[in-house]
Ligand binder design. Sequence first.
Ligand code: NAD
Length: 507
Amino acid sequence: MNKTVEKYLQVETVSLWIDGKATAAKSTRLGEVTNPATGNVIRYVPMANAADIDAAVLAAQAALPAWRNTPALRRARVIQKFLTLMQANVKELARLISEEHGKTLPDAIGSIERGVEVVEFACGVPHLLKGEHSENVGTDVDCYTLRQPVGVCAGITPFNFPAMVPLWMFPMAIACGNTFILKPSEKVPSASMKMAALFQEAGLPDGVFNVVHGDKEAVEAILNHRGIAAVSFVGSTPVARYIYETCARNGKRVQALGGAKNHAIVLPDADLEFAANALVGAGYGSAGERCMAISSVVAVGGIAGELVGKLNAKAEAIRIGPGDVPGVDMGPLVTSNHRDRVKDYIETGQREGALLVKDGRGFKVAGYENGFYLGTTLFDNVTPEMTIYKDEIFGPVLLVLRVDTLEEAIKLVNANPYANGTAIFTRSGGAARHFENEIQVGMVGINVPIPVPMAFYSFGGWKNSLFGDLHIYGMEGVKFYTRTKTITSRWPDTGTPGTGMNMPTLG
Ligand code: NAD
């Protein structure tokens, strides 16, 4: 169906979710949501303006006093019900994600499950919020800390994980007693709306969780709203840097996770079959649109030829098609613009002298000629000066660089300005230990290609992959969404001490 026909058929417009209700936006500006598998416009999405953000902030502010004073165990019980509802609705959420993002249904289910792990972690919030207590820090004086919510928090999320990345943020923030405004990617608005409805069904009071849609205009309004105390962002590096700087200037707490260029080092002693299987999954899974995708393989010593042969054969075997068709391994890219941008990178790589082993351009899926498909692409003999190495491509394009030693490989990875994830493939414990110690990257895998930490650890890269001090979810998430208050107390039952003009000391 073409766009004109669909417009004629009145494609639905997604609502905002404010104060526990699907709410029409005040803004009249609309964006298109496409199904990448077909190329059709399937919904319109409102591009919220400052008045819409203001309405969301008012709802979140109104809900805050009661929610922050709700006992943590009672908050945890609502989170527990939300967990059950999320588990019961995985298939429906996966359908929405596949429809708007393009990834396969099993991959979408996997990503939801990884997000739901954070909800499971958040169920333990009464324990996580416990402070410290010291008795008798001075005579009859005690000292203790409270972890209190920050206030109204906002989350701004990317297109590539429509449920998982929002789930990194709002369950923890809300469990900690904050209220929350989520601004998901305008390309994939529906999963957030579904989660908001499920959270309400779980018993979450109105106004505690709100969803606004939109682009830069909505984001600007969030960054500049005095009623928002903290912002969590996940997206590309230039936007992450901007969010971090603007929030810091505006006195907001901020964590801004950026883009990536993740390397896997393959040592000569590695099991090459095992490594190649892992690398093909990590490079082409979700069409390479993962912040933890492996995009650069660093082949050490004489194994490069054999490794490239294996990668090529396995990349060839990947079945590409609509994400909801059984047996498909890899879906389309998110938009035609993004697909064309990735194609341009392939041309640039060729022009700059990399060896194009497998070219995904020109790939078509019969019956889905308007879908945003691109075949798997493999480059060999890539060097660090090339644009395809320097830029984040975010598509199904795997690069192989050749070096002679592990030291050279470590130096290469450490020289890259991105530092989200990395992996090493080896049978040597000593080499792996040396790598884990020396590598300047936030998340490290040893024979594990995509080392996304479990919810009871924290997720975050270094350097240009994260601006801010605290990683996301886990205990770092608890720290981000709470402020420490330190109380020093005395109960002078035996008479008030005299006036003290000097700095109090233990004496
Ligand atoms: P993006 O930076 O284009 O968009 C992210 C969010 O910012 C969206 O909500 C979008 O509406 C908003 N936005 C876009 N341009 C903006 C602007 N100029 N001003 C203000 N807001 C703006 O990212 P994307 O294309 O949606 O997602 C892909 C990127 O996200 C990749 O770079 C990927 O590596 C990164 N990512 C990082 C992680 C991580 O954990 N580090 C996880 C997932 C994705």
